[in-house]
Design a protein around this ligand. Sequence first.
Ligand SMILES: [Fe+2]
Length: 256
Amino acid sequence: MAWQDTLNARGWKVPFVGKSLFQIGKDLRPKIDRVIMENSLIPDAAVQDKAPFPWIAKLEEKWQDIRDEAVRIRAEEIPSLGDISFDHGRIAADRRWRAFFLKGYGYTMESNARRAPITSALLEQVPGLVTANFSVLEAGGHIPRHWGMTKGMLTWHLALKSPKEREKCRMTLEEGDTVHTLHWDDGESFLFDDMFNHEVWNETDEDRYILLIQVKRPCRWRGNLLQNLFLKGVRHSRFVQDIRKAIESEGARLAK
Ligand SMILES: [Fe+2]
């Protein structure tokens, strides 16, 4: 990237370009989060009320159509998150966590989106959408305790295919002294803030399918401005570009 070299030669810092997630504004992120939270229009809670998000009911209504598209793509065709995203590192070490990306940071994964046309059309109706993927946690899979990268987004799970042994497939979400235990029930959904520590287990012999969407946290303009700048930065980071390249080359390989 010539313009980047020019900037580097002049000693100007480009905070996001080419950086891994870990490197993205380690010092900057807490400051950005503080401004976002000062301007947040919703409370700082681990589990969020779905009412301020009218698109949720619309997608819940269509959950069977979404499910049909997701399960048609068999788990073994969906890449492990650790294979497409170097930066997910430790938490994606378990190859049984698979992600079929439809949208991310303004990019549409065209070859994937074509395989899920109904879901992709519904995603167009989600205001402030940042990422969307079918997330599969195979039988026996475990995602170690971790937290997200910004207060600027919320994560929504729509359960598409939940294991029958409901209690053995769960996510814990820590909020101070309270530990929320969340389960997936077909057609139902929950919204949460992934900056609270969470951990996921599927101790059943069935794969779990969900639609996972990340949306912008509703904020007043100042928070919104920083949120947009941050997400723009992430869009150009190695974190997003690596995933994009991996998905595109996988798509090209399958098209041959
Ligand atoms: Fe997470």
